[in-house]
Structures are given as C-alpha cells and as structure tokens.
Design a protein around this ligand. Structure first.
Ligand code: NAP
Length: 319
C-alpha cells in the first residue's frame, strides 16, 4: 500500500503540512523523528508566535499543533526515517523501527540543528540558561549578564540584540579576529554593553539547575578563568538535517536543500519545507508557512498524478 503523502519531521513546518494535508483529505502520515517538535520544543517560552498573547511553551505549542493535525485525520508515527529512495516512484522510506513505507509524495521538514559546543553542562542546562535562540529567549535575561559564543555574523547580530535586555553581553571568541562583517563589528565595538573575550573557549558550563558561570581557557596562554553569567547563547553555526538526502537531492555547500519558489525539489513529488532549506529566517512562524505551502503543492501534485501519471509529470519537469 502506498501513502499519498509522507511528511518527515515534527517541527512547525511538518505539523503545519500535516494539518493542511489532512484538511485536504490526503490522509497524511507524519514521521516525527527522534526529537518530537524539533528546535521549538527546546524553547521554554514562545512569545512571538501569533495567537498566544500570554506566550506558550515550545512543547505546548507543538502538542497543540499535533492535536490540530490529528483532529483532521493526520497520523503521527514516533519513528525516525533512516533511508529514502527517491529514484523510483512511488518513493520508498525505511525507518529505524524497521518499517518500510511507499509514498506518492514526500514533504521533507527535517529542520536544522544548532551546532553545539559539546562541553560538560551544555545539554543538562539547555533551556535553563543555555540557548541557541536570542530572539526566543533574550527577554528572560533582562538586567542579567550573558555570554555569546562565536565570532560570526550570528554571534554579533544576536549579541547586539541581547544588549536590549542584558546588562552585559560577553562575546567569547576562539580567535582575536572576528569573522563577522565589518558593519556588525563596528556596531558591537561601539556598544558599551558588549565586552569581547578574545582567544578563549568554553571548557564547561556551570550551574545548579540554571547557568551561573562559564569556565574559560585562553587558547594562547592556557590561562583558566571563571566568568559569572546567567545565560549562554551559542552561535557557532547551524547544520540542516539533510544527510539522509545526500546523493539524491540537490543541496548547497552547507547542506541546505535547493528548492524552487514553490518548494519543489528537482524530483517531482518531493518537497521541502522549513529549515532544511531556509537558512535565512529561522523562525517557527516562517517554517509553519512553508509547511502550508508544501502541503498545498503536494495536493496539486497528487491531483496531477491522478490525471497525467508520474512519467508525464517527470517529462514536463525536465523541460
Ligand atoms: P559562521 O559564520 O560559520 O560563524 C561561526 C562562528 O563560530 C565563527 O566565528 C567560528 O569561529 C565560531 N566557531 C565555530 N565552531 C566553534 C567552536 N566549536 N567553538 C567556538 N567557536 C566556534 O556562522 P553564523 O554566524 O551562524 O553565520 C552563518 C551564515 O549566515 C554566514 O554566511 C553569515 O554571513 C550568515 N549570516 C548573515 C547575517 C547578516 O547578514 N546579518 C546574520 C547571520 C548570519 P572562527 O571564526 O574561528 O571559525
């Protein structure tokens, strides 16, 4: 038996795609991945998702999105897709739990993951002072001291954003030269709330329930120090969760999937939605919008498939 549409991923893009596909009577199957909800589920409180003036926690928002999709008939499987074959239609998907699915269309909503430092304390204190999203969590550090790790555009842009709330923002960079563009460097250097800590890396993140300090080491001198902070924002880059599609779909050098303006990949019937392709906005509401678009395109594809057949659609797409 072949599914009409399989959605891979359970962040805002995947769950919104499931809602739209379900309401279009496509009987979609969503395969959630190992971490249900994706990045937003890591956020304590979401205050910028429209419709929740008092804020909502990331896990609650995810649960409500899931309930809404299921209410209209979406099926949600807690499993992880480990292999896909887009070379033949219907497509084949294998999962870690040993299931094999055939699908007429696939929406890839596997998202992106922030790169982690990989130091002691980081995982345990994520959501308790360790954050990968200043837009989401900066507000909670009003009047507090925070650290930003990294020396690229994101570190400086988000560090500058954090000065709206924090009393002091320490930008900790492993070199003495920034990678970020000049204009951001100038703004950061001119901002009295920003303090640069050069040539330094984090050895561990300390705290008892919530972050209270960073253990640093100077990579030139070997000197060790402790920096008291209440928050740590890690901006050492993101990586899209697209390894699964290597060799089958086009991606850029960083692994973001290439799609056209309607979220079609090069393979007819395979769509991408959210941070697996979007490396610009990185917001839940934007990913939800992409999920809606991908589901509408999948619906159109399935209607065309019924009338024209896959060979004709492929032939048209190649011109
Ligand atoms: P990025 O440019 O890759 O910078 C990552 C930073 O983290 C670098 O300074 C790097 O140090 C540091 N780093 C990497 N691994 C580390 C580790 N294990 N420990 C400590 N530090 C580490 O990433 P990004 O800032 O997220 O930017 C990604 C892309 O988006 C870039 O192309 C950027 O231009 C773009 N972007 C643009 C804007 C804008 O135009 N306003 C805003 C945000 C992002 P090194 O410098 O030593 O390598």
């Amino acid at each position: 038996m072949s599914e009409n549409v399989i959605i891979i991923g359970s962040g805002p893009a995947g769950l919104t795609a499931a809602l739209y596909a379900a309401r279009a009577n496509l009987d979609p199957l969503l395969i959630s991945g190992n971490e249900f909800g994706g990045q937003i589920a890591l956020t304590n409180e979401v205050e910028n998702y429209p419709g929740f003036p008092d804020g909502i926690t990331g896990p609650e928002l995810t649960e409500l999105m899931k309930q809404q999709a299921e209410k209209f008939g979406a099926r949600v499987e807690q499993d992880h897709v480990s292999r896909v074959d887009f070379s033949k239609h219907p497509f084949t998907l294998d999962t870690e739990n040993g299931a094999r699915y055939n699908a007429q269309s696939v929406i890839i909503a596997t998202g992106a993951s922030p790169r982690r430092l990989g130091v002691p304390g980081e995982l345990e204190l994520t959501g308790r002072g360790v954050s990968y999203c200043a837009t989401c969590d900066g507000f909670f550090f009003r009047g507090k001291d925070v650290a930003v790790i990294g020396g690229g555009d994101s570190a400086l842009q988000e560090g500058l954003f954090l000065t709206r709330f924090a009393s002091q923002v320490h930008i900790i960079h492993r070199r003495s030269e920034l990678r970020a563009q000049q204009i951001l460097q100038e703004r950061a250097r001119e901002n009295p709330k920003i303090n640069f800590v050069w040539d330094s890396v984090v050895q561990d993140i300390r705290g008892n329930g919530t972050v209270n300090a960073l253990a640093l080491v100077n990579v030139r001198t070997g000197d060790k120090s402790e920096l008291p902070v209440n928050g740590v924002f890690v901006y050492i880059g993101h990586y899209p969760n697209t390894d699964l599609f290597k060799g089958q779909l086009e991606m850029n050098d960083e692994g973001y999937l290439k799609v056209d303006e309607r979220l079609h990949t090069k393979i007819p019937g395979v769509f991408a939605a959210g941070e697996a392709h979007d490396h610009v906005f990185k917001q839940a509401i934007v990913s939800a919008g992409f999920g809606c678009m991908a589901a509408m395109e999948a619906e159109k594809f399935l209607a065309d498939l019924e009338h024209e057949g896959y060979a004709a659609i492929s032939e048209n797409a190649s011109h």
